[in-house]
Design a protein around this ligand. Structure first.
Ligand code: SF4
Ligand code: SF4
Length: 394
């Protein structure tokens, strides 16, 4: 892991900042207690209640999916008769069991929404109010924004929001489920839109902060990338034009297949075969999922968040809405000397784009690496929509 020297930072933050820190932790605890009280363990009992003498129409409502949704899970055409017993549709007990388990694994843990909210809250307060001691001298900038609070937040995300609470909900599925509900795979499109709205809201409040600080698979990749090895290789960044083109291409291919425009199998979701969030349920139902997880995690040792950059549809959509984010990395064009220190510190092409004043910069994951390298104090994480630098780096 990167060098963690948190004592000097804590001893230097002001009294006001300590109040902010304790108040934030208190609010986080209150949100979690509230979340625990409100979240109910409403999971259905499981496949023991179902058998192949029942029809799709009997089973689907109990699982919270539509008949089309269950038909798709059973690998039947989505317009198959919903009234026929499953054994007449040649479905075996094992196939039914597998489909039910898969649907149940996608059920949202309500508590997880609260976990996402507190991790984002902490990230936001850290980036805007706590990371840099009040009145700090820029010469001591390397003590600002220590990595320890970030590492702790990432670990909490992986352990609690990931392995403890399971794969759903997560931002990627939040987006995909909106489109799935449009082809009738879920009975409650409004709920899916609200869930997706929650993730997008968090992404807009702080620049992609849900991805940077709370998403469990993003956090796992970030932790692996933070292991201080292979530093020379890490200096090479994946070209944003290429990664974003692949990510966008996959997204539109997914839509074409899902709506049956290509392939003739409406309801087919390509992300289903490369969904790395299955890791948190230890459910590698297909070899392609296992392969995706292994490749993403191994490549994370040398490249920053490869899954987020190249594949994740939420990464793509939240990149589009970054332009409206309320809090984000800001560069003061009057102060900047264009030395390139922040560009070097950034694991992506985001800082470069900001310094160059590009409208469509690469994704910024609010990772804070650029916030303590500027010798003229030209970078801040703050509020506002003033344009960044417009001068070009030469
Ligand atoms: S882009 Fe990465 S961090 Fe964001 S939702 Fe996708 S996997 Fe998670
Ligand atoms: S280092 Fe790059 S990704 Fe991280 S906060 Fe700065 S601009 Fe964003």
């Amino acid at each position: 892991m990167e060098k963690i020297d948190n004592n000097s930072w804590f001893s230097k933050i002001s009294f006001k900042q300590r109040i902010w820190l304790f108040a934030t932790v208190a609010v986080m605890l209150a949100i979690i207690v509230f979340g625990i009280l409100l979240s109910s363990s409403s999971k259905p009992k499981g496949s023991v209640d179902f058998n192949i003498n029942m029809s799709i129409q009997d089973i689907a409502p109990k699982l919270g999916v539509t008949g089309k949704g269950l038909a798709r899970e059973l690998e039947l055409p989505i317009d198959v008769s919903k009234k026929k017993p499953l054994n007449l549709l040649k479905i075996t007990d094992e196939e039914l069991h597998h489909a039910v388990e898969h649907i149940l694994s996608h059920r949202d843990s309500v508590l997880k929404y609260y976990i996402y909210a507190i991790l984002v809250l902490f990230g936001l307060v850290f980036l805007t109010r706590l990371g840099r001691p009040d009145g700090a001298n820029v010469k001591n900038r390397h003590e600002w924004y220590p990595r320890a609070p970030y590492i702790v937040s990432l670990l909490l995300s992986v352990i609690v929001a990931g392995f403890f609470l399971g794969k759903s909900p997560n931002p990627m599925e939040g987006l995909v489920k909106v489109f799935k509900s449009m082809v009738g795979l879920y009975p409650d499109p409004v709920i899916k839109i609200i869930a997706f709205g929650f993730f997008i809201f968090l992404a807009v409040i702080g620049n992609k902060i849900i991805c940077g600080w709370a998403c469990p698979f993003g956090a796992l990749q970030e932790l692996i990338y933070s292991v201080p090895i292979l530093k020379k290789i890490k200096q090479k960044k994946l070209p944003f034009v290429l990664t974003n083109a692949i990510r966008a291409g996959l997204f539109f291919i997914m839509l074409f297949f899902l709506f049956g425009i290509v392939g003739g199998r409406k309801g087919f979701v390509i992300y289903h075969y490369i969904n790395p969030f299955n890791l948190f349920n230890m459910d590698f139902e297909s070899f392609s999922i296992l392969l995706t997880v292994i490749i993403a995690l191994v490549v994370s040792f040398i490249a920053y968040r490869p899954f987020c950059q190249v594949i994740c549809p939420f990464g793509f959509v939240s990149w589009i809405v970054e332009r409206f984010s309320v809090f984000r990395v800001r560069i003061d064009k009057e102060k900047c000397t264009q030395c390139g220190a922040c560009i070097k510190a950034c694991p992506l092409e985001a800082a470069k784009g900001k310094v160059e004043g590009k409208r469509l910069t690469a994704d910024c994951f609010s990772c804070a690496r650029c916030l303590n390298v500027c010798s003229v104090d030209a970078i801040k994480y703050g509020f506002g929509c003033k344009r960044d630098l417009t001068k070009k780096i030469h």
